[in-house]
Every structure is written in C-alpha cells, then in structure tokens.
Design a protein around this ligand. Sequence first.
Ligand code: 5RP
Length: 218
Amino acid sequence: MNQDELKRQAAIKAVEFVPENEYIGIGTGSTVNHFIRALGESGKTVKGAVSTSRQSSELMAQYGIPEIHPNEVSSLPVYIDGADEINHLLQMIKGGGGAHLSEKIVANLAQKFICIADESKYVSRLGKFPLPVEVVPMARSMASRELVKLGGRPELRIGFKTLNGNEIVDVHGLDLSRPMEMETRLNGILGVVENGLFAHRPADVLLLAGKDGVKMLT
Ligand code: 5RP
C-alpha cells in the first residue's frame, strides 16, 4: 500500500467518529481530502462543517456538506485533521499546507481532535519537518532574525500567501524537545501570527494507518 492509500484508510476510519446531525470541524490537506470524500460517500448526514481552507470548502461543496462560519458555533464535538508530524503525546507539527492558523482556531473549538495520518507521520521526536510560522509581511525579516536567535533557519515559502494575506516562513533546525515552551515562545515574537506547533492543543485521538491496518492511539 502506498502512502496515499494509507492516508485514505485513516480517513475512512475517521468517518465512524462523526456524530450525525451535528456541526463538525474539517482541517486541510490530502488526508483530509480523502476524509471529505469518504464522509460524502458514506451516507452519514452532518448539519454542516467549519472549514479551515478554501480547498476544503470547495471539496465540501462538491459533496453537499454545508459550511458554517466558526463565529456561528461555540463548540464542535469533533475536529478531523491531518498532521505533518505527530509524537506519542499526540503533539503535532502542522501547517504544511499553510492553514495552521485556522486549523488551530477550529481545533480549539473542538471537544475532540481526531488526527488522521499514515505511519510515516508518527515520530519519536518532533522537528525533522520544518516548522511553519505565519508572519505579517512587513515584519517578516524582523521576525526571521528572532527565529535565527532561537537556533532556527527560516526559509520564506516563495509565492505563498495565507488565507489572511500573511506569509509563511518554514523554520529548520529548531530544538523542539519542549514543544509547549517553544510554541509559546514563538508566538511571543513581534510579527508572528501563529506557529504550526500543536502542543498546547494536541490531538485527542490518532488514527494511524500502516500496512497492518488502522491503529487508534489516545
Ligand atoms: C495543513 C496541514 C495538514 O494537515 C498537513 O500538512 C498534512 O497534510 P497531508 O494530509 O497532505 O499530508 O497541517 O496546514
């Protein structure tokens, strides 16, 4: 089974966790695209979903899943999303698709964050994947100098703008052995809007697909 098929297996499993006739949260990425398709084809009915990107909204529309704005809900029973890396505490690096700000907002509205991933995403230590950091364009150089002081090597994601008109720097080489501390510290840099560490709000459930099937880790 290739990586994409494993992503699809995890996504199909996640449909079982979707409560009917409720609003849910939907993340962004290729694994989530499989989830949207699987939900659409499952015959399960949700009241609607909060989306985290244009890409997810468009696919939701194709499958007749109504979209609701995050300001219209105070809580969501579940949020389904992928990850770029995830550790045994279910802390994650996210933002490979540049949507980590909206993903963190919707994840924090959710009672249960269900992460769907293929086994290559499960790591003993976070940080091989460069950490996406969303920055206000006029502060990009200033914020990058601060990221260098923290031991990182920031690289501008060329030609990319976030939903909010900001830029992303992908930071290599940061020491993420204390993910909660680093998440807070990075967000304290002037000009940083949000970073892709999900340590304060980890996942609650990981559906991890490997060649022996989909394992559930909590
Ligand atoms: C987008 C994300 C995605 O969840 C992450 O990049 C994983 O993507 P994929 O499912 O395509 O491997 O955080 O901002």
